[in-house]
Design a protein around this ligand. Structure first.
Ligand code: BGC
Length: 296
């Protein structure tokens, strides 16, 4: 082996970098990019949505914490935000129900005067072998993950256009961040409804971005890979499952919800003012076809 070749026993193979423990993930401070820019996050009472709500607040935003069940968890997120000196309001709404989404946006504007940032995060899985999948399982996933994002984006655009550009606050009239998934690109057997919903999010996001760019409304997506949240506990909660998951993740660690929050905050900020219609993959390389690193 020459000196320039990577050693197969580098410290990147050390056990602590392969452990499921959360504390190995890097932590990065937030900068006050978003002061004066009220935000709404759907599904903000747990998992990625909770981390995004807290990240936006750390970056200076007041936050509407949307939830559909478990009001106590939404209140707990609000309390954390208020403790940072920001405002927070929990609003219950099922994103797949038009009247509830319209009412939520009206309450949000009443509370904060306007919204500058909307993060369409609420999503779920109803997994099944394809030939066993019921129409209810299909419809549930499409209605929350795709129709819910349509309804929230439409209400967001209506509010951004009503208020118009306010250059003292932001270079854009409004920012929408759609929560997609690596499965907008990676086919996923056993999860056909979920992959179809995220593939739909991708072209819906790009089409809205194209149509709304002249209004200075930016629309982007974050596509998480395997992130440590309740939606995929089975994929990381035992050492065997974690080891198997890592065969799909070249960066060799599971993602943490804060990895996603950092990306959302950047996309929502003026630091990303020339970025629209983009999907930012935050996946430790899951979309890099890791099987081809030795084969092919
Ligand atoms: C899914 C998770 C899954 C991950 C990577 C996400 O979109 O919600 O369940 O672990 O993609 O496959």
């Amino acid at each position: 082996m020459s000196d320039t070749q990577p050693s197969s026993t580098s410290n990147m193979d050390s056990p602590e970098l392969r452990t499921p423990a959360a504390e190995v993930a890097p932590r990065h401070p937030y900068f006050p990019y978003l002061t004066g820019q009220p935000a709404l996050v759907t599904g903000a009472n747990s998992g990625i949505g909770k981390a995004v709500a807290l990240g936006l607040a750390k970056a200076g935003a007041d936050v509407i914490v949307n939830y559909v069940t478990d009001p106590a968890s939404a209140d707990a997120v609000c309390q954390e935000i208020v403790a940072m000196g920001r405002r927070a309001v929990a609003i219950q709404a099922d994103v797949s129900v038009e009247a509830e989404v319209v009412a939520m946006f009206a309450k949000a504007v009443e509370a904060f005067g306007t919204l500058h940032i909307v993060v369409s995060n609420a999503g779920l899985q109803r997994d099944s072998a394809f030939d066993q999948m019921t129409l209810d399982q299909w419809n549930k996933v499409i209605s929350v993950n795709l129709t819910g994002q349509f309804l929230c984006a439409r209400e967001a655009v209506r509010e951004f256009k009503r208020r118009g550009l306010d250059l003292k606050v932001s270079m854009a009239a409004g920012k929408i961040v759609c929560m997609s998934s690596v499965h907008q690109q990676i086919p996923w057997g056993g999860h056909v409804n979920y992959a179809a919903s995220k593939g739909g999010v991708m072209l819906m996001m790009k089409s809205i971005a194209q149509e709304m760019a002249p209004q200075r409304i930016r629309v982007n997506a974050v596509a998480p890979g395997a992130i440590r949240t309740p939606i995929n506990t089975a994929a990381w909660s035992t050492p065997e499952a974690y080891e198997s998951l890592m065969t799909l993740v070249p960066y060799n660690r599971i993602g943490e919800p804060d990895d996603i929050a950092q990306a959302v905050v950047w996309l929502a900020s003026d630091a990303a003012d020339y970025v629209t219609g983009a999907t930012l993959f935050v996946d430790g390389g899951m979309t890099l076809y890791p099987g081809f690193s030795t084969g092919g």
